[in-house]
Design a protein around this ligand. Structure first.
Ligand code: C2O
Ligand code: CU
Length: 476
């Protein structure tokens, strides 16, 4: 299912019967786009014909859930009904929306109980590639399939021949196609998190993506995995990155031709299909050493190239209305990420040494800390904000990863510029809502705290989030 603005306008057009169409159309354009979304169990086929089906949790019966496409600045209403056996909420990841619409149970709204519904009303200010997922029992709900894409279209975009979405999910399946139990394994939570054994693109283990020689494609990639980081290499192609996390950036070929996306991160690529007709080119994910695999083949049809001459380099996407942080007046805060297991060394930062053995602990269920504190599970709403930022003030967070593991750190309600890495300024200064902080490295991000409310700030490796790498940042 794909809910597009075009389809809506088409149905509005058929009832209008031609008369006074211009008027009706302008009315339709300012009308609130209304959608329903039902969280419910279903059975789908992830691994292909001849392989067993998988019982999953879905939005509207499909994996991923419906792809919503709306236009920048158009108001949107989504009524989410819960047909699961447990509480849920929906978080609209990356959308700068009012706090009450952010979908964090206990913090921004009461949980949606089984059999109940909740109405989300917001107007996406930014065009780009976003996504939605639960924020209750997140490890299990996301891991069982609850996720979908939310595409906000530019009012005026750049010319391409075709647009594609690759919504990447990672599953741990047994031989019978069932989702393996054991969500929240403590050992795993202290390491890389629940990395699965089956990667799907748009709900299926992919085989080939058919392309035409000479076409220019805009490819939106969403990493909706619980824990898996991907590093994609497109053999024989030079994808140009034009946006990260929905936010336009200076068009560039990524370092070493690799696109690294941690959980929750997105990229928009422009790819000129300059391969040979009839040939196939592999897209390889080789993030984990010795575990490289082919994600998919770009399979060229036999036809002649659809254009004779190479095209100009892709243009920049139109900018989004993000407030520019002022680094000279910004308030600065250090954020130390600590805990977890140590690879081989046997020491835990923030914890201690135990006879050279790996050790975990800290407090209660927590395995990870942010500045010495841990929110676990869905979070504790009465916990005071780690920081309270003054509304309208520029703010710099220095994220210090003192652990042996990678952490994609996500802030709700805001996008930030990545201003430096390991003390060296980042020339691209791209906007993101989730930044991947490698082990033992530091990343500095800057933004204007202009969205009032209490916002989640957490690692998007879902095991890490549930096991303590989560905090609240207040903007007052
Ligand atoms: Cu996509 Cu709080 O998360
Ligand atoms: Cu993490």
């Amino acid at each position: 299912m794909r809910v597009s603005r075009r389809a809506l306008m088409l149905s509005a057009g058929t009832t209008a019967l031609g008369t006074a169409l211009p008027l009706r159309r302008s009315f339709a354009e300012t009308e609130i786009k209304k959608y329903g979304l039902i969280a419910k169990p279903a059975v789908v086929n992830l691994t292909g014909d001849g392989h067993p089906d998988t019982a999953v949790w879905t939005y509207d019966g499909t994996v991923p859930g419906p792809e919503f496409r709306v236009r920048q600045g158009d108001p949107l209403r989504l009524v989410v009904s819960n047909n699961l056996g447990e509480d849920t909420t929906v978080h609209w990841h990356g959308i700068r929306l009012p706090n009450a619409m952010d979908g964090v149970p206990g913090l921004t709204q009461p949980p949606i109980r089984p059999g109940e519904s909740f109405t989300y009303d917001f107007t996406p200010p930014d065009a780009g590639t976003f996504w939605y997922h639960p924020h209750a029992d997140t490890l299990q709900q996301l891991g069982r399939g609850l996720a979908g894409a939310l595409i906000v279209e530019e009012r005026q975009s750049i010319a391409v021949d075709r647009e594609l979405l690759w919504f990447i999910e990672d599953w741990r399946l047994d031989d019978d196609g069932r989702i393996s139990p054991g969500f929240g394994n403590r050992m795993e939570a202290g390491m890389s998190g629940r990395v699965g054994n089956t990667v799907t693109v748009n709900g299926r283990v992919p085989d080939r993506a058919s392309v035409k020689a000479g076409e220019r494609v805009r490819l939106r990639i969403v990493n909706a995995a619980l824990a898996r980081i991907v590093s994609l290499r497109f053999e024989g192609h030079r994808p140009v990155v034009v946006a990260y996390d929905g936010q336009p950036c200076e068009p560039h070929v990524s370092e070493g031709g690799r696109l690294v996306l941690g959980p929750a991160m997105r990229a928009d690529l422009i790819i000129d299909m300059d391969g040979k007709p009839g040939q196939s080119y592999r897209v390889i994910d080789d993030f984990y050493q010795d575990l490289a695999y082919k994600l998919v083949d770009l399979a060229y049809g036999p036809g002649k190239p659809i254009r004779e001459h190479a095209r100009d380099a892709p243009a920049r996407l139109p900018t989004n209305p993000l407030p520019e942080p002022d680094l000279t007046t910004a308030e600065r805060h250090d954020i130390a990420l600590q805990g977890g297991m140590m690879g081989g060394i046997g020491m835990m930062s923030g914890g201690g040494m135990m006879g050279g053995m790996p050790m975990m602990g800290v407090m209660g269920d927590a395995v990870w800390t942010i500045n010495g504190t841990s929110m676990t599970g869905d979070g504790q709403p009465n916990m005071p904000p780690l920081l309270t930022l003054r509304r309208g003030k520029s703010c710099v967070l220095l994220l210090r990863n003192e652990t042996a593991w990678w952490h994609p750190m996500h802030l709700h309600g805001h996008s930030f510029r990545v201003t430096s890495r390991n003390g060296r300024s980042n020339p691209r200064r791209e906007w993101r809502d989730t930044v991947l902080v490698p082990p033992r490295e530091t990343v500095e991000v800057a933004f204007v705290a202009n969205n009032p409310g209490n916002w989640m700030f957490h690692c998007h490796v879902t095991d890490h989030q549930m096991a303590g790498m989560m905090a609240v940042l207040g903007v007052a």
